[in-house]
Design a protein around this ligand. Structure first.
Ligand SMILES: *Cc1c(COP(=O)(O)O)cnc(C)c1O
Length: 389
């Protein structure tokens, strides 16, 4: 990894993660436990290391999107309860039981398939019932026309052999949006969640763990806390609401100025000649491109942060490199470190410039970019995901 470290890397600030964890727990109160959402390699931050820290801090559990992500954590010795949020084929039931992974159940037919497998194996699969209250993704539909049928189905699921229904949850579509119609929508979703849980209780179906709050709800509706809460993006100190709670960005994407050249006026830069120097220019070549996770849509639309201030990205971002204008930053030299995004140049702003959301940018940091984990500003471990290195 030494070879790639002085090219492009991400720094993962474990102190910032710790700070955010405490701030979020404080917001949700002592009766609600933090479930770290570490799917997609902890939104690009490194699921194993992030999970270790959350385990040390006393989190209540972790959530992932598939069984392999869960197994990665178990393989690394993580012992916290893990909830698998996504679609899992029933033939993976053995893996789920062996690895003590709780599985989301989104329909009666899925539950029956899990039940059959669990019975065949002679084991018990822990499940959480997913309610669709308005996302129209996974879950038993809770709108009026479907309510009764879903209620009956969930009651039957709770009676299936080989399954232990430990939890019930839902997920919000617009809890991070402030407009009146979004607020109404979120409140309606929450109301449907409560109504279904209440109706189930009346039928004798109770659950030890209720949960619904994602990042948006953690910020805007802390009263939705319940037994668990599942903040994702905000744990990493990003998303447009992170500032409201004083959370700190965990990831900083860094690179170096690899080479500098002087350009005469009217010289074109990069593929497609989308930028031409208007004046005698000093241009830096950075060893980072879209294959590292710097979206090409940021071409001519982003500024990296140098010790002297912002340097605009000029010309199209290439696979492995991009160019920045250093004409107004004469002190910046070859070998200098540059922040692509992080505390000085927010990934939220980069996402807005790219026409996407911050989630997509941090998830895009690719496997050839080493992660360096810091505590007290000092490296404590590092990781490169390339095969065989
Ligand atoms: C991804 C996810 C979360 C976390 O979402 P954020 O917006 O990152 O807070 C919570 N719950 C479920 C079911 C998810 O899929």
């Amino acid at each position: 990894m030494e070879s790639t470290l002085k090219r492009t890397w991400v720094e993962i600030d474990l102190d910032a993660l710790t700070h955010n964890y405490h701030a979020l727990c404080c917001r949700m109160g002592p009766n609600s436990r933090f479930v770290g959402v570490v799917k997609a390699d902890a939104y690009g931050h490194g699921a194993v290391e992030v999970s270790r820290v959350l385990e040390e801090l006393g989190a209540g559990g972790l959530a992932v999107s598939n069984i392999d992500e869960a197994r990665e954590l178990r393989g690394a010795g993580i012992r916290l309860p893990i909830l698998q949020l996504g679609l899992t084929p029933a033939d993976q039931t053995t893996l789920a039981i062996e690895n003590q992974i709780a599985q989301t159940v989104w329909s009666e037919s899925a539950a029956e398939a899990f039940s059959r497998e669990a019975v065949r194996l002679g084991g018990v699969l822990t499940v959480h019932i997913k309610l669709d209250t308005g996302m129209s993704r996974l879950g038993f539909q809770c709108d009026r026309p479907h309510f009764e049928a879903s209620l009956e189905a969930i009651c039957r699921v709770c009676g299936l052999p080989g399954l232990e229904a430990e939890g019930i949850f839902t997920h919000f579509a617009v809890s991070d949006e402030t407009g009146e119609s979004s607020r109404d929508y979120t409140l309606r979703q929450y109301d449907r969640f409560r109504s279904m849980v209440r109706a189930l209780e009346m039928r004798g179906a109770t659950f030890r763990l209720l949960h619904c709050a994602n990042s948006g709800a953690t910020v805007a509706y802390p009263r939705f806390a319940h037994d668990l809460f599942r903040p994702g993006i905000i744990t990493y100190g990003i998303g447009h609401q992170a500032g409201e709670l004083g959370l700190l960005p965990v990831m900083t994407l860094k690179t170096v100025v690899g080479a500098i050249k002087e350009l005469l006026p009217d010289t074109a830069v990069s593929y497609g000649r989308t930028f031409r120097a208007r004046r005698p220019s000093r241009v830096g070549v950075l060893p980072i491109g879209y294959a590292d996770g710097l979206h090409r849509t940021l071409s001519n639309r982003w500024q990296v942060w140098t010790a002297q201030g912002p340097a605009p990205v000029v010309g199209n971002i290439c696979m492995d490199m991009c160019m920045v204008d250093l004409t107004d930053l004469p002190q910046v030299g070859e070998g200098d470190e540059v922040e692509v995004y992080g505390p000085n140049s927010s990934v939220n702003d980069a996402a807005a410039a790219a026409g996407t959301i911050s989630y997509e940018l941090t998830c895009a940091v690719s496997k050839r970019v080493p992660r360096v984990y810091l505590r007290g500003g000092k490296e404590v471990s590092r990781e490169l995901l390339l095969r065989g290195i």
